[in-house]
Design a protein around this ligand. Sequence first.
Ligand code: ZN
Length: 324
Amino acid sequence: MAFAPYVYKRQPVLTRMFSLALAANHLGHAYLLTGEEGVPLKQTALFLAKSILCQHPNPLADETCLTCTRIDNGAYADFVFLDGDEDTVKKEAVAQIEDSFSKTALEKKGIMVYVINSVENMTAGAANAILKFLEEPNPDTYAILTTRSPAKVLPTIISRCQVFHLRLAPQNEVKQEAIALGVNEEDAELLSNFLNEANLIKDEAASPTYQFIRDAAVDFLSALTSSRQAARFAIEKASLNIKDKASLRKLFDFVCLFLSAALAYRDKANNPLPAYDKMIVGLANKLSSPSEKLLQAMTMRQEIESNINAGLLLIHLAECLGKE
Ligand SMILES: [Zn+2]
């Protein structure tokens, strides 16, 4: 997937400054990308890493040369990617970067790059190891870090980095771009609330896991507009397949978004999710005290982190929302 069009169009400040520094051979040794939920921080960080190593940057990564392709495939020896979204970054992982980078570069280019996504999600030991690394940078080593919560990153790490705050693109434009890429209106509308880039929406819309969770949320809330029993049945059916935390979080995200749309419709007769008009209007008419129910669903979403049983949490959700 070509990511350059997104960066050039949506992040002009970053494009200008990074291209200039790259062309003048004047890159900083560490960059930190920040941005709100939905902004594609990880993809942008990987794109910048490719831009540093690319064989034919123009002005940033061409995304087609052998080096870019090998980075995509995780097969470039002087590039390391650690993902704090997948797992807490531990000291051993950082030590491994230091170890491989303390030797001379393996590739002809002679430059080493590492990316740490969601850098706030690391152990204290790993943070200290990174800090040491940033304090005495090797002349041919570059770091690109990302975070959605700069307040959770050690100030001493932030002060060593050049910080770029990425801009959120207007949601309606992103939705229209996704539709232009062939995504149907319902998915484009729903996903543009969570992803701020049309190609990412297209990928997500095609994922069977997403489709299952979307259907589960819609079936559950539609059932709520008919009866409590129907809602309970729908959620029990969903809970057979929704067990991992990431899927559970997504289901709660969708349910909360739909509830907030029902609330907006009731307060201002304005439905922010017109592609789901029938369900939203039905919910707004049927649900008693929707604001209280939205708050309850949001509180339950936080409980997902504390290893609660997924099936029980979903039944609890159905009970709460089904109350008259
Ligand atoms: Zn390239």
